[in-house]
Design a protein around this ligand. Structure first.
Ligand code: ADP
Length: 258
């Protein structure tokens, strides 16, 4: 909210999705411990980056910086080679979709909720519905896509809400995706279907996945293991298992518990 929208910022007309974090330090409050310290990371267009690490490690802070809700306290972030501080955030954000644990639904029909913020025709909407495996739900409702859902969609399950978020994200056809993976388990069927839809959604788009459960990140191009605002380890799942450090330890614990 405190980021000003200056008129002299550069309008963003297209995004390739290359990000370069150059020595980024971020403090939420002056004098507080930094949430990120000298964080450097080069993300290629279309790459899937999984951010893992204990609670408070700085994963959400990285996502907030990508969306432009906050700006680095020091250091800079380049988007396609341009300093994000110089970019008009409103036009930049047309190229981003965020799928979080809590899908925000509002009073309106399922169609309105899917087509939120975009001009979409029926063909586009049906494609998104199919993509997100929402057909069974919609076919089971007498009013189909025109079924009203109340604010917060209390009649919908967690999996159904997430599917609406996926359909919504696809309609925007973003270049950049932020996925905040669900912490609590969905039922097993929804989980594997949603994982599949998310993987399709990430294809060809630069994606940052905040991974709480390690089951969904094994196909990430790169896993960034964070601790106290630092990068501790980076690599693919196989590389990090072979390295036998923090990630391997987290993974062993995770597989024991699941
Ligand atoms: P993660 O997503 O890995 O759990 P965060 O990026 O949310 O970690 O948090 C990193 C650090 O920043 C933590 O110490 C957290 O307490 C702090 N922090 C996060 N959000 C805020 C905020 N809005 N105001 C103040 N401190 C915050």
């Amino acid at each position: 909210p405190d980021i000003e929208q200056n008129e002299d910022k550069q309008i963003v007309e297209s995004v390739r999705g290359e990000f370069e974090f150059c020595n980024v330090t971020f403090c939420y409050d002056p004098g507080a411990e930094p949430a990120l310290r000298n964080f450097s990371l080069h993300v290629r267009p279309g790459e899937t980056i999984a951010l893992v690490g204990a609670s408070g490690a700085g994963k959400s802070t990285v996502a907030q910086l990508v969306i432009g809700f906050i700006r680095p306290t020091s250091g800079k972030i380049l988007l396609d080679g341009k300093d994000m501080n110089e970019l008009d955030l409103r036009t930049y954000r047309r190229f981003i979709s965020v799928v979080t644990q809590e899908t925000i639904l509002f009073d309106g029909t399922i169609r309105d909720n899917i087509a939120y913020g975009v001009d979409a025709n029926d063909e586009d909407i049906f494609r998104a519905v199919k993509f997100a495996s929402l057909e069974p739900l919609i076919n089971s409702l007498p009013e189909g896509l025109n079924t009203p859902i109340r604010e917060n969609g209390s009649r919908l399950s967690g999996g159904q809400r997430q599917r609406i978020a996926i359909a919504r994200a696809l309609l925007r056809d973003p270049r950049v995706l932020i996925l905040d993976e669900a912490t609590s388990a969905l039922d097993v069927d929804s989980e594997s279907e949603i994982k599949e839809a998310l993987e399709k959604l990430m294809k060809g788009r630069t994606s940052f996945v905040i991974a709480h459960r390690l089951s969904t990140i094994q196909n990430a191009d790169r896993i960034i293991v964070m601790g106290e605002g630092h990068v501790l380890e980076t690599g693919t799942h196989a590389e990090l298992i072979a390295y036998n450090g923090r990630y391997a330890e987290m993974y062993r614990k995770f597989t024991m518990l699941n």
